[in-house]
Design a protein around this ligand. Structure first.
Ligand SMILES: NC(=O)c1ccc[n+]([C@@H]2O[C@H](COP(=O)([O-])OP(=O)(O)OC[C@H]3O[C@@H](n4cnc5c(N)ncnc54)[C@H](OP(=O)(O)O)[C@@H]3O)[C@@H](O)[C@H]2O)c1
Length: 315
């Protein structure tokens, strides 16, 4: 397994990580445990979750699955998504963060979180309040590094400069949607992250499984798969299938698969720290780790893949 720095921080994370938004929803406790077990056996250290995944069961499943292996894991979770009714049950206020961090620690059955991320920007809370709360958690030893997710480039920049001017701990990472079908971050966020050494953690790196090639044009999605659900319609479009055909051709000419291209293309970007691919089975984890090692694209190959997918810059 390759390990990379999380942005400009000293923390090393596995280049292939594990996303767990299936846990507690599409995978029960035993299936989640098997996925985590395989990830650890494969050298994955980065496990990404959120307080809201699977109605909080994702954190609970992970807490149980890593029992006895806590030291092997870089545990990343998130706060700010809605956790129920009531005025303070969402957002990035000091009140909500302080309440939720205790619940996450309890569910994860640990006394520290390696990377605590603000899941969504909260325009109603001053960024200084959010950052001071996170900084306090770092000083209390409950959190080791902090990051953001779904922030625009300007919001990330505002947060970094607020931390700098107040002498607070600063975001080490940003977690945006990023894959061959969705390259929108390349305009603003990516150059910002490069200049300011913020590690990028692309989410939905396989476009929810589409970039594995298991969905075929004109065929019903395989039963039980993620995109067989209501979620699928947005992704299973003729435009995407035609792009997939071109990507499969490009990869095939070089004796690679589109799954290997999805990983290799992301890992060719130095700003990318870890690829938190979601998985529902041990086999998926194994093939994702193998795909992560299989192909280091040359600069020329990255350019060619960029040319094929240039429409996805708009998404
Ligand atoms: N910060 C945010 O707002 C945000 C939003 C979304 C996701 N995330 C994070 O990013 C992680 C990854 O995103 P994601 O899970 O949405 O999408 P993803 O990683 O692009 O796709 C995951 C899905 O792809 C399928 N898959 C994975 N490996 C496979 C393989 N080798 N062969 C065949 N199918 C395979 C599985 O589908 P099946 O279920 O069909 O088996 C799996 O559920 C999440 O788990 C979560 O931690 C964060």
């Amino acid at each position: 397994m390759e390990y990379r720095r999380l942005g400009g921080s000293g923390l090393q994370v596995s280049a292939v990580g594990l996303g767990t938004n299936n846990f507690g929803g599409r995978t029960d406790e035993a299936a989640s445990a098997a996925v985590v077990q395989e990830a650890l056996e494969q050298g994955i250290t980065m496990i990404d979750t959120a307080n809201m995944y699977g109605n909080s069961l994702s954190e609970t499943h992970i807490g149980k699955a890593i029992k006895g292996h806590r030291h092997q894991v870089i545990l990343a979770t998130k706060v700010s998504g809605g956790m129920g009714e009531g005025p303070n049950r969402r957002g990035a206020s000091r009140q909500h963060i302080m309440e939720e961090v205790e619940k996450s620690l309890q569910r994860l059955d640990t006394d520290y979180i390696d990377l605590y991320q603000i899941h969504f920007p909260d325009p109603e809370t001053p960024i200084e309040e959010t950052l001071r709360a996170l900084d306090d958690l770092v000083h209390q030893g409950k959190v080791r590094y902090i990051g953001c997710s779904n922030y625009a480039a300007w919001q990330t920049c505002e947060a970094i400069w607020t931390s700098r001017s107040l002498g607070l701990n600063s975001f080490a990472s940003a977690q945006p949607a990023y894959n061959l079908l969705n390259r929108g971050i390349e305009r603003e966020l990516m150059p910002f992250c490069q200049a300011y050494k913020v590690g990028i953690i692309p989410y939905s790196p396989l476009a929810s499984g589409f970039l594995t090639g298991k969905y075929r044009s004109g065929e019903a999605p395989p039963t039980g798969t993620r995109l067989a659900g209501r979620f699928g319609q947005r992704t299973l479009t003729e435009d995407n299938f035609s792009l997939l055909t071109r990507l499969e051709g490009f990869a095939g000419e070089r004796s690679h698969t589109v799954l290997e291209l999805a990983f290799g293309w992301l890992l060719a970007k130095p700003q990318v720290s870890t690829i938190i691919a979601g998985a529902t089975t041990r086999e998926q984890v194994k093939s994702n780790v193998a795909a992560g090692h299989a192909w280091r694209l040359t600069t020329e190959e990255v350019k060619e893949a960029d040319e094929i997918t240039k429409e996805s810059l708009r998404r």
